[in-house]
Design a protein around this ligand. Structure first.
Ligand code: KG4
Ligand code: ZN
Length: 365
């Protein structure tokens, strides 16, 4: 079975083709095309939804054509179209949803509307040529860490999942991004903080680890962000530390700093990263223990973070639990993960009944 995936929930326009068969434990990645309007947004310091959607209108057809071409297939040979219908920016979602509906109507291809967050988890079920052959065993715990979400999910088997908890305020990625902005760096701030952290001491600043000891599986990162803000104000009084005052095209603070200040910057970034990872790893391992899972799946844009990947892998293996994380290019938004989620949770919906749902979430029962 060939599935064409379409993903347009945020600033990316993605299309991908995956292949799966009845006994597949992972799907095969045939093609994966992404066009991002990120450089456009760095001029404005963040994503302007209207601008993102305008770009997506231009790119959606060429991106789909390219995905089919590089898969050496035609739309008529596609067995189903998987599309992200939420959560995300309404204007962006609509581009993908309406395109998929039109293709479904014209070519009579079944549609599988898919939750973007489920897609992130299923990036772990995509087989690459480098795949080690290890199968994901259920039950599993999935930690989703992206720019907008931080969630712990229990997967009993395909199609049977339970939301255990999520963030009460900022997501982990949002905390990285907002702290980076305080220092003058553009979106996405996570990779920049991670890069600066490499040169710093993670124990230099005792930043808070909100809710690390709470009995539930909830998260909170806004207090950590505030602690980082106060430290920034104190250590770098010359820096602009509120959003309004930051002018987006005058950055590169690192180069402007004195050597001793540079080390403070590195230490602050290393300590921030350490605090975020500490909370994520502790809660995930706790959930894994409570539900006696056999696998831990890391996913979402923040899963591209080297230290998080390494630390969660170490702790999983210490607890005798298999650990999985997608290759970095499948951690950030892409259409292959949407097609993979659709394959394992196949639920066809008539095109007339498919609508974008910007605030879609997991059923929290
Ligand atoms: O999943 P994603 O591509 O988009 C959303 O659905 O939000 O995640 C983007 C997030 C951003 O917050 C970005 O800063 C973060 O992933 N991110 C990282 C790293 N790479 C991307 N955070 C920490 N370390 C990284 N290496
Ligand atoms: Zn995402």
């Amino acid at each position: 079975m060939l599935i064409l995936g379409i993903e347009t929930s945020c600033d990316e326009t993605g299309a991908a083709v995956i292949q799966g068969s009845a006994k597949s434990t992972k799907v095969k990645l045939i093609s994966n095309v992404i066009s991002s309007s990120l450089s456009l947004h760095s001029k404005t310091g963040g994503i302007i939804p209207e601008n993102a959607a305008r770009e997506q209108v231009k790119y959606i057809i060429p991106v789909i054509k390219e995905a089919l071409k590089s898969a050496k297939t035609k739309i008529q040979d596609i067995d189903a179209i998987a599309l992200t219908y939420g959560p995300g920016l309404i204007g962006s979602l609509l581009i993908g949803v309406e395109t998929a509906k039109t293709l479904s109507y014209i070519y009579n291809i079944p549609l599988i509307p898919t939750n973007h967050l489920l897609g992130h988890i299923y990036a772990n079920f995509i087989e690459l040529s480098s795949w080690s052959g290890n199968d994901i065993l259920f039950p599993a715990i999935a930690l989703i860490v992206s720019g907008g979400h931080t969630d712990l999910i229990l997967i009993k088997k395909h199609g049977n999942i339970k939301w255990l908890g999520g963030t009460r305020d900022d997501a982990a990625g949002e905390c990285f991004d907002k702290c980076a902005r305080l220092l003058g760096y553009n979106y996405p701030g996570g990779p920049k903080i991670a890069e600066l952290a490499k040169k710093g001491n993670p124990k230099a600043f005792p930043f808070p680890r909100p809710m690390i000891g709470s009995r539930d599986f909830e998260f909170s990162f806004s207090g950590l962000k505030t602690a980082f803000l106060y430290e920034t104000k104190q250590r770098f009084p010359i820096l602009r530390t509120s959003d309004e005052q930051i002018s987006w095209n005058q950055i590169v603070l690192e180069e402007q700093l004195k050597e001793s200040h540079k080390h403070t910057l590195y230490d602050m970034c290393a300590s921030l990263q350490h605090a975020i990872i500490d909370v994520l790893v502790k809660k995930t391992i706790k959930a894994a223990g409570k539900y006696q899972v056999k696998s831990i799946l890391l996913s979402g844009g923040v899963a591209a973070n080297e230290l998080l990947r390494k630390t969660l892998e170490e702790k999983s293996l210490q607890s005798n639990i298999k650990f999985f994380v997608p290759p970095k290019f499948l951690c950030t938004d892409n259409a292959a993960m949407i097609a993979a989620a659709a394959f394992f949770n196949y639920k066809q919906v008539n095109w007339q009944k498919v609508d974008a749902d910007p605030s879609l979430y997991f059923n929290q029962s």
